[in-house]
Structures are given as structure tokens and as C-alpha cells.
Design a protein around this ligand. Structure first.
Ligand code: PEP
Ligand code: MG
Length: 551
């Protein structure tokens, strides 16, 4: 038996084959080839495979995401065979006598540059489509598996750690659980696992060896243990735990359709955190009553160029429509720090968590902000969208955000494009300074949502990504809980609601404290909705105390 001990960051017991994440080398170099005809054949095969994949994506989108996204994939499939584009690739192949990869890359860049230089904003935005199509052909030429998983059967994904842009592109239908050498409970792998409701164990270090690939592993996301070849006793214990987990699932299923209310009648809004439109199905399956945090970064992290207004609009509209009138809080771009996006060309920073991230990028780059706000306001008539600004530290930032919203609304008005002028505006309380000026901030917005992941990091001066800070990174620290209370008091004084969208929101041991503070909303991963609901329904708000705020 081999036992590896890490930190359980998403609960659940599961058995599956270990599969190591494939991090492809995507650099394309020019190579002279002897046989140009053979390269042409490789190209034709890659084009055919690309068209087939795009047709499948279009079909899937037609079922899940709507006609407009499906048409986008149809258009991409047509572009693969576009006469001028293919001609451009072939002439590069013939003239240079080079490899197909290089010819595709050159043609893609040439066409993208041509579109980007056009006057019409719509045509300019097509440059990103062309890059996308070229990348798909390149993937097929280079044998790169999109989503990093080349396996027919579902697997347990093993990696050193996964970057946000990598987690976004994973084919989630094939993942039973995660095991990583690094990472922490706030890493994106952990957040993704909790959203998917599957077990994850991080911080396994060197114990997780590449030679274990293909071996059957047993994961316990609660204890953080990973076992290969369990002995009889261990096997029996795992089986028992698995059976209990299944029983618990059945009990929790009875919570569906129940109200989120304490025994003494205090109502709580129980919403979900999502990272992409495809997570909405998990929200609906778990009976989430809204979306309290839609991390819009996925659009930027999964793209190779700035996502266009139309692309963003489609994603926001799809989520708003799928939630059918329930509140959907969409957070504006929150990149920087650990979420790096190459095409933003950000300078390398010594302390990126304290650098130009989130709202700071948007306020520095009004065009990027404007594009997102236009997409959000256009989508606002398709459901109940609320806009939330991350990493706020000052009153002037909120005023500037509101001015940007006003200006976008004015533009849409002039263009005759419908939008909801009463779209709620909120901010994240995730910096100590936002807590200190919460009274002033509360007068400017419709709601607060506490980002406990960052608020813990900035209040306790503890890097949220580091997995060796142990007890120093303590989200139960009285300083943090007092900060939440200060923000809640300020919110209620101004008559606005306050929620918690950081990971602490799903910590059932904190529920009495949240009830005592008067938190109005909890936004948790979809898999946490039913357990939190069960806890709310067993609570008596009036008996809850603030004792955890004492040192
Ligand atoms: C937070 O900081 O608590 C939060 C919800 O935002 P993110 O984890 O995306 O930074
Ligand atoms: Mg945050």
C-alpha cells in the first residue's frame, strides 16, 4: 500500500486512475521539409479534424448554450476551409518549403492583422476568431489535446499545480478528482473542484510521483489522503466512507426546493459562485437561488486575445437567461496577481497581489472596462444582472466605476440598444481599506459582497496561494470577523444588503457568527448549497452570538 498525505481542499471519496496533466509545448518553429506534398496532406487531415471538432462543439452549443454561440462555431468551421485563408497557408508551404505548423501560424497572424487593421469594430473583433481557428488547426497538427486530457474514461487529474487559464480549459466531464503537488485551499484547482463537487487534495509535494500514472488511486478529500493498492482494512474503511457519502447525498437531496430560513424565521439568500457559463447547470442541479459571484475572468483567461463585446455579451446573456430572473452578480474583470493573461502585456511585478490587478487594470484601461460594461448592460435586459467591482480600496474608485457605467448607458441610449438602467451595482469588500471606509462606500452602491479569500490575505498579511503558512492563514481570525461585522454594520446603516462570496461562506461552523452579524446572503460553490441549506434550517438566529469575534 502507498499512502500519500496532502491537504483535503474539496470533500468526497472517489476511486479512479491517476492521469498526469499534459502541458503541451505550443511553440511553433520554422522547419524546412523535404516533402511538401506530405505536409499538405498533414494539413488537410488537421483541417478535417478541426472541422469535425467544431461541428461537434456547434451541436453541443445548440443544446446547452443557444443558437448564437452555435453559429459562432459554425462560422469558425467555415473559416477553416475559407479559400483565401487556405490559399495563404498553401503558398507559404510551397514558397518556403516549410512545415505545416509554421504556415498555419503565419497565415493566421497575417489574416488576424488584416482584420485588426479594419475600421469597422465588428471586423476588428474577428481577429480573435481567426487566431482561435488557427490555434485549433495547430493543436491538431501538433497532437495537442484540448483540455489537457487524452483519455476516454474519466480520471483523477494529477499535476504539480494548475494555473487559472489551465483549469478553465479542462474537459471537466472527464475529471473525477484532483491531486496536486502544490496549491492551497484557495488555489484555483481547489475552487474548481468545489464548484464541480468533486474531491481534491493539494500539497502532496514529491510524494506524488509521475511514475504513478495509470495506477488506481483512492482519494479522501476530507482527510487529504491518497492511497494506492490499499490493504484490506484501508479498503474496507474507504468503502464504508464512500457508502456513507452516498447516503448523505440522498439525505441532502431532500433539501431541494426547501426555503433558506432559520427555525426562527430569519431568511438567508443562498447563492452560488461560478467560473463559467457551463457551471450554471450545477447551480440549477443544486437548487442555488441565484449567482452571487460570476468570476468573469474565464472569458479573458481562456482566450488568446481580448474577448470582444459580442463574445462577452453572449456569455452574460446565456447565464442571465438560464437563471430565469434570479439574481446574477457578475464581477468585472479580476486578473493580475495569480491570474496572468499574456495579451494584456502586464509588467512583471515584485508583489503582484499588491500590484496592478482587478479594478486597477480596468480604471487604467478604460477601453477594456468599457467593452465589458457595454456587454454587461446589453445583457441586463435578459435577466436580473447585478454588476460587482473587485478589489475596491477607495471611494474615488467607486465613483469612477459609476461614471464609466453612466457613460456606457448613455452610449447605448444613443444607439437605441436596450439596457436596464436600474442594474444593481455592488462592490467586493476584500481589502482592509474598504472596511475602514465602508460607511462612505455603502452610500454609493446597492450591495457589498465580502471576498474572504482576499480579505484574509490582506488583513493577516498572508499569501493566499502559499501552502506552508498553515495556522497563520486563519480565516476565523477575530480581526477578519470584526472586519466583516464593520462592513455589515455600514451596509445596514445605509440600507443595502451584504453577502459573503469568499470560501468562508460555505464554512458551516461560521454560520452562527454570520447570522449574529446579520449577513444577508451567502454565495457558495454549487455543491455546498444543500449542506449550507440544511445548516441554516437547523439554526436559531436569535441565539447566535458574536463570541468568535473575541480574542
Ligand atoms: C475572494 O477574494 O474572496 C473572492 C471571492 O474572490 P477571488 O477568490 O476570485 O479573488
Ligand atoms: Mg478576491
Amino acid at each position: 500500500m502507498i499512502l500519500m498525505q496532502g491537504k483535503g481542499v474539496s470533500k468526497g471519496v472517489i476511486k479512479g486512475k491517476l492521469y498526469f496533466f499534459q502541458r503541451p509545448d505550443t511553440t511553433v518553429a520554422m522547419r524546412q521539409v523535404e516533402d511538401v506534398e506530405a505536409e499538405k496532406q498533414r494539413l488537410a487531415q488537421a483541417q478535417e479534424a478541426t472541422v469535425q471538432q467544431l461541428n461537434i462543439l456547434a451541436e453541443k452549443a445548440r443544446e446547452d448554450a443557444g443558437e448564437e454561440i452555435a453559429i459562432l462555431f459554425d462560422t469558425h468551421a467555415m473559416f477553416v476551409e475559407d479559400e483565401d485563408y487556405v490559399e495563404c497557408i498553401l503558398s507559404c508551404l510551397e514558397e518556403e518549403g516549410c512545415n505545416a505548423e509554421y504556415a498555419v501560424q503565419m497565415a493566421g497572424e497575417q489574416f488576424a492583422a488584416m482584420f485588426a487593421a479594419m475600421d469597422d469594430a465588428y471586423m476588428q473583433a474577428r481577429a480573435a476568431d481567426i487566431r482561435d481557428v488557427s490555434q485549433r488547426i495547430l493543436n491538431n497538427l501538433m497532437g495537442i489535446v484540448e483540455g489537457g486530457i487524452d483519455s476516454e474514461e474519466p480520471i483523477i487529474l494529477a499535476a504539480d499545480d494548475l494555473a487559472p487559464s489551465e483549469t478553465i480549459q479542462l474537459d471537466k466531464s472527464k475529471i473525477l478528482g484532483f491531486v496536486t503537488q502544490g496549491g492551497s485551499s484557495n488555489s484555483h484547482t481547489a475552487i474548481l473542484a468545489r464548484t464541480m463537487g468533486i474531491p481534491a487534495i493539494c500539497g502532496l509535494g514529491d510524494a506524488l510521483k509521475a511514475e504513478y500514472a495509470g495506477r488506481v488511486a483512492y482519494l479522501d478529500g476530507e482527510t487529504g489522503s491518497v492511497v494506492l493498492d490499499p490493504d484490506e482494512l484501508t479498503h474496507a474503511q474507504i468503502r464504508e466512507k464512500y457508502n456513507k457519502q452516498q447516503e448523505m447525498k440522498e439525505i441532502l437531496a431532500t433539501m431541494k426546493g426547501q426555503e433558506d430560513v432559520t427555525l426562527d424565521g430569519k431568511k438567508m439568500l443562498l447563492y452560488c459562485n461560478i467560473g463559467s457559463p457551463e457551471d450554471v447547470s450545477a447551480v440549477l442541479a443544486n437548487d442555488g437561488q441565484g449567482i452571487g459571484l460570476f468570476r468573469s475572468e474565464f472569458l479573458y483567461l481562456s482566450a488568446s486575445d481580448y474577448p470582444s463585446e459580442d463574445e462577452q455579451f453572449e456569455a452574460y446573456r446565456a447565464v442571465a437567461a438560464a437563471m430565469n430572473g434570479k439574481r446574477v452578480v457578475i464581477r468585472t474583470l479580476d486578473i493580475g496577481a495569480d491570474k496572468q493573461v499574456d495579451y494584456f502585456g502586464m509588467k512583471k511585478e515584485e508583489n503582484p497581489a499588491l500590484g496592478v490587478r482587478a479594478i486597477r487594470i480596468c480604471l487604467n484601461r478604460p477601453e477594456v472596462f468599457r467593452t465589458q460594461l457595454r456587454a454587461l448592460y446589453r445583457a441586463s435586459v435578459f435577466g436580473k444582472i447585478a454588476i460587482m467591482f473587485p478589489m475596491i480600496t477607495s471611494v474615488w474608485e467607486v465613483k469612477e466605476c459609476k461614471r464609466a457605467c453612466q457613460s456606457v448607458m448613455k452610449e447605448l441610449e444613443t444607439e437605441g440598444i436596450p439596457y436596464n438602467p436600474d442594474t444593481e451595482l455592488g462592490i467586493m469588500i476584500e481589502t482592509p481599506s474598504s472596511v475602514f471606509v465602508a460607511e462612505e462606500l455603502a452610500k454609493l452602491v446597492d450591495f457589498f459582497s465580502v471576498g474572504t479569500n482576499d480579505l484574509t490575505q490582506y488583513t493577516l498579511a498572508c499569501d493566499r496561494q502559499a501552502n506552508d503558512l498553515g495556522k497563520f492563514y486563519d480565516p476565523h481570525h477575530p480581526a477578519l470577523l470584526r472586519a466583516i461585522k464593520m462592513a455589515a454594520d455600514a451596509a445596514h446603516k445605509a440600507g443595502i444588503w451584504i453577502g459573503i462570496c469568499g470560501e468562508l461562506g460555505a464554512d458551516i461552523s461560521m454560520l452562527p457568527t454570520f447570522l449574529a452579524i446579520g449577513i444577508d446572503e451567502l454565495s457558495v460553490s454549487p455543491a455546498a448549497v444543500l449542506p449550507v441549506r440544511a445548516a441554516i434550517r437547523q439554526s436559531i438566529a436569535q441565539t447566535c452570538t458574536l463570541e468568535m469575534l473575541e480574542c
